[in-house]
Design a protein around this ligand. Structure first.
Ligand code: UGA
Length: 434
């Protein structure tokens, strides 16, 4: 049986959940305080760049199963399942800021007119779901509700595929009544045999952090081996490929690069380190991953300096500003460190990115933003590829060389074939290979 759902927060997580849950046949109301955003969504316009999302948005708006509103009170009253999908940004001390979550919980308490399942989709520190339960109990004076932890594992840029074909669905759920309702919410996934992991609240919360921390560790590991490969004259691609052939290791997340970024890995690894401190458990490995990843970002500029010498007065074309391809998200992107270091060293930056220039310009308004990669390369002493956009894989090297003053390419994602690049008259530097 489909369910009446309200999703509070129409940011990245909330938007995908709203369209996805409606597509499963549920009746969904997406709620946000931001009126502009809600008006756009009502018209079928996505406030974020995410491939495929607008098709799902329009399809479900047309079907009448999906609505958007700023009226949180009625939306909660009218639903059986309330998803919390608001942001949990980092405070200055690195802790997750739960004030948005708390404000939603207050609204739920005010509108708990009947039994409801409160589902947390936002990534929240271990213990938060139990805190939500206690807060609701205290505010309402009853326990006619259940709290479920349902972390998401979506990747930006592939969020719709990930929503409809997840590797697993994790449900921290401690009541049979809520279990039955959540099973109905996700019935479509059960039909395609997606495994459901039923566990307690803390386990679900920690599964999310452990998964992200593990992937961040895997990337950091291969980056460290790449740096060693460079020093000994080995080829990281053959190493990654061969390691990945071992079923126990798997080839995924073994691509070396300028360090991981985004809104999740940096925040979640720091959160795990903080939980360790809070509960008196040593977290040496995660702390080292955080530190090593920061150094990897800075290392890219060191590589540039080693190859072209003093950056002062030189023009550097930076290709790619987003933290990865298929997104306009620049949170913790290696490009922030790289551009900052180039500017500090007295260099000039000419940047290009297919999607993320507007966002980057909010932080670095004074660098030059260019329409194409070739415009960015105009009179540049060096080109640095930072994001793995497909269009950079197919760069016309002759045109690029023509535009440039110098001939150095730092390919931090190993997108190009070094032999071809060198044959076109460039000096090439990748990560973990000669
Ligand atoms: C990550 C997780 O992959 C999702 O499962 C999770 O739901 C999400 O965080 C979240 O917690 O919300 P995302 O941040 O969108 O997703 O991006 P990833 O595709 O995981 O990439 C993260 C960073 O690692 C990027 O900077 C990427 O370029 C880098 N990366 C990834 C590498 O450097 N090498 C790799 O082999 C893979």
């Amino acid at each position: 049986m489909s369910q009446k759902i309200c999703v509070v927060g129409t940011g990245y997580v909330g938007l995908i959940a709203s369209v996805g849950l409606a597509d499963f046949g549920n009746t969904v109301t997406g709620v946000d305080l931001n009126e502009d955003k809600i008006n756009k969504l009502k018209e079928g316009i996505s406030p974020i760049y995410e491939p495929g999302v607008e098709d799902y948005l329009r399809r479900n708006l047309d079907s009448g199963r999906l609505k958007f509103t700023t009226g949180i009170d009625y939306a909660i009253k009218d639903s059986t399942v309330v998803f919390i999908a608001v942001g949990t940004p980092e405070n200055d001390n690195g802790e997750a800021n739960l004030s948005y979550v708390e404000s939603v919980v207050n609204s739920i308490a005010d509108n708990l007119n009947d039994y409801k399942v409160i589902v947390t989709k936002s990534t929240v520190p271990v213990g938060t779901n139990r805190w939500i339960y206690e807060l609701l109990k205290e505010k309402t004076g009853h326990e006619n509700f259940d709290v479920v932890s349902n972390p998401e594992f979506l990747r930006e840029g592939r969020a719709t595929q990930d929503f409809f074909h997840p590797d697993r669905t994790v449900l921290g759920c401690e009541s049979e009544k809520a279990k039955e309702i959540m099973f109905n919410v996700y019935r479509s996934l059960n039909l395609i045999s997606v495994p459901f992991v039923w566990c307690n609240l803390e386990t679900a919360e920690l599964i999310k952090y452990a998964s992200n921390a593990f992937l961040a560790t895997k990337i950091t590991f291969i980056n460290e081996i790449a740096n060693l490969a460079e020093a000994v004259g080995a080829d990281i691609h053959q190493i990654s490929k061969s390691m990945g052939m071992d079923g126990r290791i798997s080839p995924k997340f073994l691509h070396p690069g300028p360090g991981y970024g985004g809104s999740c890995f940096p925040k979640d690894t720091k959160a795990v380190a903080m939980f360790g401190k809070k509960y008196g458990v040593t977290m040496n490995l995660i702390e080292s991953v955080i530190d090593t990843n920061d150094k990897q970002k800075a290392r890219m500029v060191e590589k540039l300096k080693t190859s072209i010498g003093d950056i002062k007065g030189k023009t550097i074309a930076v290709l790619g500003l987003a933290f990865k391809q298929q997104t306009d998200d620049i949170r913790e992107t290696p490009a922030l460190t790289i551009v900052d270091e180039i500017l500090k060293a007295g260099g000039k930056v000419q940047a290009h990115d297919p999607k993320a220039m507007d966002n980057f310009a909010k932080i670095f308004p004074d660098i030059m933003y260019c329409h194409t990669a070739y415009d960015a390369a105009k009179n540049a002493d060096a080109v640095v590829i930072v994001t793995e956009w497909n269009e950079y894989r197919g760069l016309d090297l002759i045109k690029l060389k023509h535009a440039m003053k110098g001939n150095f390419i730092l390919d931090t994602r190993n997108l190009l074939d070094p032999e071809i690049v060198v044959a076109r008259g460039f000096i090439y530097e990748g990560v973990g290979r000669k």
